[in-house]
Design a protein around this ligand. Structure first.
Ligand code: NAD
Length: 337
């Protein structure tokens, strides 16, 4: 029997996770909950998802707009075994899910302390096997873990400094900025370093972040002091055997995030999403045998999507082996490595 999955919060992440769930043969969407009867709610109905209002107030809004829903979130929670919470940070639904006695997955806007279990399929799938509450860390954190974990396993890591150039907001959003400024995050380290340590517990990492006026991707410039010597080829070989990393080449004309997203569009993926972390093959450099530098780009709207699918599979005990889950998810989503 496929696992019964509900989505609470059908926005940027929620709608992508829903579309990824329906591509799997061992899980299904029993419904999605939304606060407002907007274009996304209407699209959810058009796609055939069972639509629910978040609460009684939003139910009144749906009724007034003539958008048909099956009930409220409370009704939806009776239909599901696990809920994927894709609401904005600190929406506070944990007691609701506990009362309904269902499992829950949260996204990176939440603190690690909400679940005390932060997930990355390649790192700690088995630790989350059968768990009730799990958090999938943010897009940036997931991006850092994807490339740093293989380096840590293969060469050992003395220390990391990651400078993160962050997109201002998502493409659909016409309100947030900056639109003509560069905004440093003055907190040191930025929250990303400690967040990486919620999964890679002993990694010595510092992060610096700045926000820039772009909507399409984040870019990371990463400096890693390795414990053992490596050449750029050694590093690329390790990453080529690691999941959800895609190489791009400046020499092929992929010189910026704009061309990476064009590559994603040319791959004809759903919504042109790039679930993999893009690493510039010709931007990998090693100085003095152990000092590694590289650049990577993160498609913030989608890199966490396959992680959510693997988290469902682990928590619902649909597959014991994390590697097999990753392969199954990737095959269904068209991720070829
Ligand atoms: P979003 O604003 O695009 O979508 C949030 C959805 O939740 C919307 O449909 C909104 O109507 C609904 N909502 C708002 N308040 C609600 C409430 N009180 N109860 C129920 N639903 C409510 O947000 P998002 O970008 O999808 O972010 C969701 C989570 O994913 C956050 O934790 C965020 O930090 C995380 N995340 C976002 C990104 C990204 O780049 N957008 C990447 C990784 C993780």
């Amino acid at each position: 029997m496929p696992a019964k999955v509900a989505i609470n919060g059908y926005g940027t992440i929620g709608k992508r996770v829903a579309d990824a769930v329906i591509k799997q043969d061992d899980m299904k969407i029993v419904g999605v909950a939304k606060t407002k009867p907007n274009y996304e709610a209407k699209m959810a109905l058009a796609k055939g998802y069972a639509l629910y209002a978040s609460n009684k107030d939003s139910l009144a809004k749906f009724d007034k707009a003539g958008v048909k829903v099956r009930g409220t979130l409370d009704d939806l929670l009776k239909e599901c075994e696990i809920v994927i919470d894709c609401t904005p940070e600190e929406s506070g639904y944990k007691p609701v899910y506990e009362k309904a006695n269902i499992k829950g997955i949260w996204q990176g806007g939440e603190e690690h302390s909400l679940t005390n279990l932060s997930f990355n399929a390649a790192v700690n799938y088995s630790e989350c096997y059968g768990a009730s509450y799990v958090r999938v860390p943010s897009c940036n954190t997931t991006g850092l873990i994807r490339t740093l974990h293989p380096l840590e396993s293969s060469f050992g890591i003395e220390s990391v400094l990651a400078v993160m150039v962050r997109r201002a907001t998502d493409p659909y959003d016409s309100k947030k900025g900056p639109i003509n400024a560069i905004e440093p995050e003055l907190e040191m380290p930025s929250h990303h370093g400690p967040d990486v340590q919620s999964v890679l517990k002993s990694l010595n990492i510092h992060t610096i972040a700045v926000k820039v006026p772009t909507t399409i991707m984040h870019l990371h410039a990463i400096s890693v002091k390795l414990k053992r010597t490596a050449t750029p080829k050694d590093v690329l070989d390790v990453w080529s055997r690691s999941p959800r990393i895609k190489f791009v080449r400046g020499e092929d004309g992929v010189k910026s995030t704009a061309q990476i997203m064009e590559v994603a569009r040319d791959m004809s993926r759903n919504r042109s999403d790039l679930y993999e972390i893009a690493v510039w093959e010709d931007g990998v450099h090693v100085v003095n045998d152990k000092q590694l530098y590289y650049f990577q780009a993160v498609h913030q709207e989608s890199d966490v999507v396959p992680e959510n699918i693997d988290a469902i599979r682990a928590m619902m005990k649909l597959e014991k082996d994390g590697k097999k889950s990753i392969e199954k998810t990737d095959k269904a989503l068209g991720i070829t490595g």
